[in-house]
Each structure stands twice: as C-alpha cells, then as structure tokens.
Design a protein around this ligand. Structure first.
Ligand SMILES: NC(=O)c1ccc[n+]([C@@H]2O[C@H](COP(=O)([O-])OP(=O)(O)OC[C@H]3O[C@@H](n4cnc5c(N)ncnc54)[C@H](O)[C@@H]3O)[C@@H](O)[C@H]2O)c1
Length: 334
C-alpha cells in the first residue's frame, strides 16, 4: 500500500510518516517547507531505517500533484498540508483561505483524475467553536470564530459534498484536540521558528531560556484553577490514530468525522506544573488578561474513534512533557 502524505515534514506529518513506515506502508511525501525543515526527512529515515520518495512542491500546484500520481501508484492520501495559526489567520485571512482551500481542491481534483478516492484529512476541534456542553461529541453543532477554523469547516463541507456526489469516496475527517510532545527518539518534534502560538512550544522555549516568561492568558475562567482547560494529546498517539483511519478508508466507503483526543482536560497551570516537576526545571510565568476568542474548557469524547477505528490514546501528560523537553534539549546539544 502506498500512501501520499502532504505536509509530511511538519509536526504531525513527520510523526505520522514514522508510524506509517513502521506499520509497513510505503509513503510518498510532498511539502514546500513553508513551516518545516528539510532535515526532518533524514530524521524520519534514521528513526525508521526506511527510505521513501519526497517531492518539494506546493500542494496548490496541480502539475506537481499530477506528476506524483503519474509516477507512483497512490492508494490513499493523508492530507496535513495547510497553515495552522489561528492568530495569524485573523491578520492574513486571504493567505489562509488561499492556501488551505486551494491545496485541498487541487489535491481532490487530481485524486479524482487518477481514481484515488481514499483520504484522511486533518481537521481540528476548533470546528466546534464554543461548545454548549462537555465533553465534545462529533454530532455537536459546528461553527468557528476565526478564518483558520473556517477553512477547516469549509473543507469538511467540501469532503461531505464530494461523497454525496460520488459514493466511491472513502473519507475520514480527524478532529484533533491539542497535540503536544515529541517522538521518543528526540529526533522529531515541534520547533517553530517564530514566537510560538501554542502553549507547549512556548513553555519549552521558556524552559531553555530562549524566551523569558510565559504569559498565561486569564485566570478567571470557569475552571478548577481559573486557567483554560484543553485536551492535550501526545503526538505519537495522534499519529497512530492516522494508521487506524487509513485502515478504515481502505476498508470502508463513506465519510465520517472522529475526535482524536484523550477525553481528559488539563488546565494551563496543571500543564506548567507537570512540566516543571517531571523535567526538574523552572518556568517563569505571569498571568495576563484573557486572549480574545479563547474558551474556558475544551475536551473530547473520544469514544466514537474507539468504537469505529479501534483507537484510543495511551500516553499521559507526564510523558508528553518529558518528550517535548527531551526533543528541544537534543536540538540544543547538536
Ligand atoms: N498542531 C495542531 O495543534 C493542530 C491542531 C488541529 C489541526 N491541525 C492541522 O493538522 C495539520 C498538520 O499540523 P501541524 O501541526 O503538523 O502543522 P505544521 O505546520 O507543522 O505542518 C504542516 C506542513 O505542511 C506544509 N505546507 C503548508 N502548506 C503547504 C502547501 N500549500 N504545499 C505543501 N506543503 C505545505 C508545511 O511546510 C508543513 O511542513 C494542519 O492541517 C493543521 O491545521 C493541527
């Protein structure tokens, strides 16, 4: 089985490439390195001791996609490529709509052309907006509060419409909660070049003194300690979810969405305190005002993914904190 992985040198994509290769799949990767580094390719090969084809290119570009499908017999696609920063999407909405929607349309058109109709798509818990109750189930109403989320919701609609038009498609929409952590080897992980948007990369940069202090946005939320609660999931667990989703789309036709989360929420302070404890390191932080658009709490009901995909998360918050720090320390040693 040959799987095309778009955005395969990115954070979740690289971990999923490792899991796919370890599970015995052949992979072909495309990425334009807009948010990743070429050396990730060697790291994936070092971890797995397996080789694969890579194409440097833009998924919006139909010509390179046609070349990939012509040169390789692709059985299914895992589509990660896209921009992902909520704040940036508010400032540069056109860039987000263009990249995320255009890449998906180009990909689906070329897949159709080559009669490859199995796809796993990276959606996000952001499509639930501010949920009325918790935990979040897949059948909750969908709404978003920012252009990034709108691109995810639009793509979900495109995929559902595509299936309605042609029942030969097999489509798994994976709604990720909050992936953190890194591969146990410490070779791949999340290391944004800019000031991080997400909590864990920020904590890590404060731990290594690259940044001075962590701002915690609000301690007056309706949660146990007042700080926001999220469903953090180890990126390796999340990546294993893609293997189950690939198995599903290979086996069954249809379109369906699955929450990939642990089902357990942790507050910002719980995460910071766990990080300090397991890594024996100090994190300077201060409480600042709420960030517009943030919600009190968000965590998944992951039972549908367990029932339909046979997947559930197994790694805990302590492992997530250890692995995230181990990855960054390895980079510093190099
Ligand atoms: N990390 C999260 O917290 C999170 C949560 C929910 C959903 N997601 C979604 O999961 C997917 C992967 O996220 P990630 O955290 O690995 O992000 P990432 O930025 O690390 O990876 C995305 C990869 O896609 C590449 N890319 C972007 N646009 C491209 C294009 N037009 N052509 C070719 N390559 C392109 C980037 O260079 C990068 O390597 C994204 O679609 C993201 O929206 C991420």
């Amino acid at each position: 089985m040959k799987i095309l992985v778009t955005g395969g040198t990115g954070y979740i994509g690289s971990h999923t490439c490792v899991e796919l290769l370890d599970a015995g799949y052949e992979i072909v990767v495309i990425d334009n390195f807009s948010n990743s580094q070429p050396d990730v390719l060697d790291k994936i090969k070092m971890i797995t001791r397996k080789d694969f084809k890579f194409y440097k290119g833009d998924v919006c570009d139909k010509e390179i996609l046609q070349m990939i499908f012509k040169e390789n017999k692709i059985d299914a696609v895992v589509h990660f490529a896209g921009f992902k920063a909520v704040g940036e999407s508010v400032i540069k909405p056109l860039m987000y709509y263009r990249n995320n929607i255009d890449s998906t349309l180009s990909l689906l058109e070329v897949m159709n052309e080559y009669n490859c109709k199995k796809i796993v798509f990276s959606s996000s818990a952001t499509v639930y907006g501010k949920p009325d109750k918790l935990p979040i189930k897949e059948n909750f109403s969908l709404k978003t509060t920012n252009p990034y989320g709108a691109t995810k919701l639009m793509i979900e609609d495109i995929l559902r419409d595509l299936y309605i038009s042609d029942n030969d498609w097999s489509i798994a929409i994976l709604r990720y909660f909050n992936p953190i952590g890194a591969h146990a080897s410490g070779l791949i992980g999340e290391n944004p070049n800019d000031i991080p948007n997400n909590l864990m990369p920020y904590i890590v940069k404060v731990a290594t003194k690259e940044l001075e202090c962590l701002n915690i946005f609000g301690d007056d939320y309706d949660t146990l300690d007042g700080t926001g609660v999220r469903d953090y999931i180890h990126v390796v667990d999340l990546s294993k979810g893609h293997i189950k989703a690939i198995e599903k789309v290979i086996k069954d036709k249809g379109v369906d969405a699955y929450n990939l989360g642990t089902g357990r929420g942790y507050s910002v302070l719980e995460l910071v305190n766990t990080f300090m404890k397991v890594n024996n390191v100090k994190i300077n932080y201060k409480i600042v005002g709420r960030r517009p658009g943030d919600i009190d709490a968000c965590y998944a009901d992951p039972s549908y993914a367990k029932e339909k995909l046979g997947w559930s998360a197994s790694l805990g918050i302590e492992q997530m904190c250890k692995d995230a720090y181990n990855f960054i320390k390895k980079i510093e040693e190099m």
